[in-house]
Ligand binder design. Sequence first.
Ligand SMILES: Cc1cc2nc3c(=O)[nH]c(=O)nc-3n(C[C@H](O)[C@H](O)[C@H](O)COP(=O)(O)OP(=O)(O)OC[C@H]3O[C@@H](n4cnc5c(N)ncnc54)[C@H](O)[C@@H]3O)c2cc1C
Length: 504
Amino acid sequence: MTEQVDVLIIGSGPAGSTYARTIGDAVPTARILMVEVGPHIPGVRGAHTQNMSEEARVAAQLLTQGPETGVERAKALADIADGLDPSLEFRQTILPGLFFLDPRPKLAEDEVGLSAASMASGVGGMGIHWGTSSPRPHQSERIPFIPADELDAALDHAEQLLGVTKWDVPGTGLAEAIRREMADEFDGPGLTPVGFMPSAIQWKDGQAHFSGTGVILGDLEATVPGFELRAETLAKRVVVEDGVAVGAILEDRGTGDLREVRARHVVVCADGLRTPQVLFASGVRPAALGHHLNEHFQVGAFGYLNDAFDPERHDSDPERLGYVLVPFSDARPMQGGIIAMMNSPYSLGIDDEALASRLVAFAWYGAKDIQFRDRVEFSETETDFYGMPKMTVHYSHTDQDLRTIQRLKENARRSADRIGALAEEPELAAGGSSLHYQGTVRMGAADDGASVCDQYLKVWGVDNLYVGGNGVIPTSTAANPTLTTVALAWRAATRIAARLLDRT
Ligand SMILES: Cc1cc2nc3c(=O)[nH]c(=O)nc-3n(C[C@H](O)[C@H](O)[C@H](O)COP(=O)(O)OP(=O)(O)OC[C@H]3O[C@@H](n4cnc5c(N)ncnc54)[C@H](O)[C@@H]3O)c2cc1C
């Protein structure tokens, strides 16, 4: 017998989980099937790897690396991609838990590629590895065709779902001392004021608890008996009949068996690169599919605090994050993060305490000059590790991009000069390093060929088919995208829930 569900969700990351939770809360009788191509991770479902013991974290990371499963990336550079040269410029951006799209792309003359573009395959998606920085979008980062109050309400919900903690200005201790310097350097008329980075972290008993994707799902298995998360299950394609999505063909990765599941609504949240891949494989190919690909430029450098910012001289609250945020503004289309490692709950594994206490990371993201021609292309004939259409990225820099990159480096230097000194020159990270791939299934105000879905993330021209994830973001942004992605998925999911309730 063919399996029948109300909602089929493809992908178990933050976007898919937001759909599941929102629909489940509104319609507890709904039958919701969430499929995930990667495996279950031992322990609590969707737990953040930073909350685990070192041993459990390493084991979890090794499980979500798709074709590179089981290979310690940082230690075995040459093994993670055939012939990979350990001196490659993106060496430092190789993160455990992920795998490459294509670390050695063949580039056309005017292309720069995204050699560091990476993905994760496992229950929780990248949302069990993420850094939890959750800034709101500002000014032109916001989506102009969503009414401002609706977008703000959606962002409020997203903050609740992710368990985001925010810090008021003025703060205290070292973090506040750094914020004051940055405000003096970077605040000005029309610019979004310098503050602290909101983070999806809660402090309990002096311990930082990072929100993994499980925080979004809550206890859905208990409250919605019809919810099921099925791992190691690949959605090969969505089945579309007469312009209506009616289900999908699923492959059991263990046995290779194929089966069809019928669904009243199908939601594809398979990340910024693989969501358009699933649509392509399904024959759903709007003109904008895979196009307008954009990710933030990332310029980073390490430096040291000078004596005035010696942590010993400041009363630092252990529950403060030393993460000062210079937010995006139209007049300065970039975001700066000034991270005093001393106050960061992330463990860098530096043994020398004196060194670690003065270490600062300067992380600047710049907004891309979005171009239609920047795209992920899918092959009709060749396949990837999972047997899905092979992806090739075409990506280039415009003159405006080169100016943005130059300005990012200048601002990294300016931020360092206020509080200490750089230990190295600020460098542009290899394309793809941000892990924020946007625009590939972008939302639009009208079905005019420039977008893939409407403002409620329904794919143009196909009923009952929705998308989610960073790929839906249509604007040029520097803010980390997950909060916005969760907000947009929440908004879309409330629509689906209302339609289910109409018919129940
Ligand atoms: C180390 C790290 C740090 C980060 N830091 C931040 C940060 O500080 N702030 C921020 O905003 N963002 C950050 N991110 C990015 C953030 O994790 C992503 O924005 C977020 O996870 C995107 O959610 P998603 O649900 O769209 O995609 P994902 O989390 O990637 O989940 C998609 C899931 O779909 C599955 N899938 C794909 N294809 C199929 C298929 N055909 N069938 C079934 N399943 C499929 C994948 O296996 C994957 O599990 C970071 C990411 C990493 C790895």
